[in-house]
Design a protein around this ligand. Structure first.
Ligand code: NAD
Length: 343
């Protein structure tokens, strides 16, 4: 039996651009939870916003916060209601805790529960730590063929799966994706896995456009040179993964009548959109807010080799290097930085 320590190391956001490595008591799993020794944690743009600006949208960091919500690890202890047979399982963590009795959860979209407790949002610590607890059903077993890093990156892949479902991508679909960051390229890979025939990706960055070609894009567009709205692309679906107002506005013009627009990127708080065009083409315009019921699909996409998450990883950092990991995200060529708390 593994003897667990009484304390663990955690990286804590104490103020804007102020991280501290601290010793904290080991978390104790509730009855329905498991204790996970964290292996890999992906750095997400939201972590960078909280660190660099102290806020993201309506969320304001007003107390010390452990960041990190893309995580994997191994179960080392279980709560009273969880089978001890789970100890030793390698898992990918779905980092949310909805109220199962909320009307949103009852309707199947638990991601929309207004009382959601989500890792690494103010008031809820995340995974830049040696150990975390999570409800046992949100610790998803992964096969040994899936790496720790890939298991952590099931989280952004889940955003992609939720997006592809909303976009109605199927065999033969033609899709436009604006923004080729980690989210955009995972969406591109997932669109390909769902059978999309043509995947057009735009990004203002040449390096990101080049990366997109290795992740399933059929062609790329530089929106600073080419006006997407005027190309007559007539795609089945347009997905914005940039959060840029200009990308949203031009992309809507590229959608065929009856097509879909899925807004994933979070950026400009308000964007003016061409209402007559949306009406005349009967476009379905929707947002995506994280995911629900996506992990089994995400794990299968990776296990079957149809999505390669390891290829996204451009750097590894220790628990005492979280600040460097956060800062690395703006360096050229960096796509996904990973923190390994046990390193
Ligand atoms: N809705 C959700 O649940 C959800 C979940 C995760 C991330 N997000 C959001 O998705 C977006 C993408 O995440 P990411 O981690 O890939 O971010 P990122 O910042 O790494 O990537 C965004 C990309 O968009 C590009 N871009 C900027 N302006 C553009 C334009 N006019 N046209 C085309 N591309 C442009 C940038 O060069 C960059 O490569 C972010 O806004 C993030 O907040 C949303």
């Amino acid at each position: 039996m593994t003897v667990l320590p009484e304390h663990m190391t955690a990286s804590v956001l104490k103020g804007v651009r102020e991280m501290a490595v601290e010793q904290r008591p080991l978390p104790v799993p509730e009855r329905d939870e498991v204790l996970v020794r964290v292996s890999s944690v992906g750095v997400c743009g939201s972590d960078v916003h909280f660190w660099a600006e102290g806020s993201l949208g309506d969320w304001v960091v007003d107390a010390p916060l452990v960041l990190g919500h893309e995580s994997s690890g191994t179960i080392v202890a279980v709560g009273a209601d969880v089978s001890p047979s789970r100890i030793g399982s390698r898992v990918s963590i779905e980092p949310q805790h909805p109220d199962p009795t909320s009307s949103e959860s009852m309707a199947g979209h638990y991601n929309l529960d207004p009382g959601m407790r989500f890792f690494a949002t103010p008031g809820v610590d995340g995974a830049f730590a040696e150990f975390v607890t999570i409800q046992s059903h949100f610790a998803w077993d992964v096969p040994d063929t899936i790496s720790d890093d890939a298991a952590a990156l099931m989280e952004p892949l889940s955003v992609a799966v939720a997006t592809i479902r909303k976009a109605g991508i199927t065999v033969g679909s033609r899709v436009l994706i604006t923004g080729a960051g980690p989210i955009g390229v995972v969406i591109a890979q997932t669109a390909r896995a769902y059978g999309a025939r043509e995947i057009i990706v735009s990004d203002v960055s040449a390096a990101r456009r080049q990366q997109a070609m290795t992740f399933g894009a059929s062609e790329t567009i530089d929106p600073m040179v080419t006006d997407i709205a005027s190309l007559g692309l007539d795609v089945d679906a347009f997905i914005d993964a940039s959060g840029a107002a200009a990308a949203v506005q031009s992309g809507i013009h590229a959608v065929r009548p009856g097509g879909r627009v899925v807004l994933v990127g979070m950026g400009a708080p308000t964007v003016s959109i061409p209402v007559p065009l949306i009406q005349n083409r009967e476009l379905i315009v929707t947002g995506v807010f994280r995911y629900a019921n996506t992990w089994p699909t995400a794990i299968e996409l990776v296990a079957s080799g149809r999505v390669d998450l390891d290829a996204l990883v451009t750097g590894h950092f220790g628990i005492d290097q979280v600040e460097a990991a956060l800062a690395s995200t703006t360096e050229p060529g960096v796509l996904k930085s990973i923190v390994n708390p046990g390193r």
